[in-house]
Structure formats: structure tokens, C-alpha cells
Design a protein. Structure first.
Length: 182
């Protein structure tokens, strides 16, 4: 059985390793961290597809390089929801998330400075991959709690059934890899 998946996205090709998430299913590991060429190309394509927005919101950590590059290209700010409260954070807001790629329940936080950037603004949520949508739901809750206006939800890839959603913008679908029955 092939141990990688060939991904073509934003005019680039990458070989993604297949990783088991259960006894019956593998996923293709899409890691943009450290891949500057891929990050810049995907940011350009996603930014071109977005409606007009004032600020971007992403979750720590894999979405940060993408959101940064999109914000840089678009000339707007971005906010990164943190996975823990930092000493400098004032009056943090918290939501809980269970992601397919993380074993335990996680919490995402933004503080009053981030709330100030989001309140009353047109917000686009940015992520590397949307799969079950749990991380996306948590980010939507943060936008709502901050008084922002959710304008768009986008990702480089939509994995599995997420590719059937009509409420997200994405550059390419990413299949799941069920194990053949024994």
C-alpha cells in the first residue's frame, strides 16, 4: 500500500505521509510549518477568494504562519487564539474544542486586546485543514463572544466530508484513507 498521498494545491505538489488515526483509518499529514513556499502560495490563493474582511482569526499553532502571511499580503491584522492563558493576557475569553488531530480536549483563549481587534469587524477564520469542524466551531464562538461579524471561514484543505460543506472556502479537498477490509 502507498504510504503517501500526492497533494496538488496552489500550483505546488507535495507528498503527504499517511498516518493512522484509528485501526480502520489513516489521514494524510498536511504540515505547512517550515514550508515557506507553500505557505506564501496558499495565502495568496486564499486571500484572493475572500470577501472583504478587516481581520483574520486563527488557532495556535499550525494556522499562524498562514494567517500571518495572508494578513501581510492583505494589509490587515490577525489574531491567534492561544491554547493556554499567558501572563500578559488580560480578561481572557475561553472556548473548548476537540480536534481530530489532538488526543485531548483543548481550550482556546483570546484576551481583551484581541477582542478589541475583533469587535464590530468583518472577521475571516483561517486554518490549514478543516476536518470535523470542531476547531472551526470554537473559533466561531470566539468571534461571537468578541462581538465580531463572521464574514468567511477558510482553509487550505477540506478533509473528508468537510469538502461537501458550502459554508467554507478551501483550495483543495483532502481524502481520508480507510483501511481495506481484511
Amino acid at each position: 500500500m502507498k504510504q503517501t498521498y500526492t497533494l496538488n494545491v496552489a500550483g505546488l505538489q507535495r507528498e503527504l505521509p499517511l498516518c493512522p488515526i484509528s485501526k480502520t483509518m489513516d489521514i494524510a499529514a498536511f504540515i505547512m510549518l517550515s514550508d515557506v513556499e507553500l505557505t506564501v502560495a496558499c495565502a495568496k490563493e486564499l486571500a484572493a477568494r475572500l470577501p472583504e474582511v478587516d481581520v483574520l482569526l486563527t488557532a495556535e499553532c499550525k494556522g499562524i504562519p498562514l494567517a500571518y502571511e495572508m494578513a501581510r499580503q492583505m494589509g490587515i491584522p490577525y489574531v491567534a487564539a492561544r491554547k493556554s492563558v499567558k501572563l500578559y493576557m488580560k480578561n481572557p475569553i475561553c472556548v473548548t474544542v476537540q480536534s481530530i488531530t489532538t488526543a485531548n480536549e483543548q481550550k482556546l483563549y483570546i484576551d481583551e486586546d484581541a477582542v478589541g481587534l475583533l469587535r464590530g469587524k468583518r472577521v475571516a477564520i483561517v486554518d490549514d485543514v478543516i476536518s470535523t469542524g470542531e476547531s472551526l466551531t470554537a473559533l466561531v464562538k470566539l468571534v461571537e463572544a468578541a462581538g465580531g461579524n463572521l464574514t468567511a471561514q477558510c482553509a487550505v484543505l477540506a478533509e473528508g466530508d468537510a469538502a461537501k460543506r458550502d459554508d467554507i472556502l478551501f483550495l483543495a479537498p483532502l481524502p481520508l484513507f480507510p483501511h481495506p477490509e481484511a
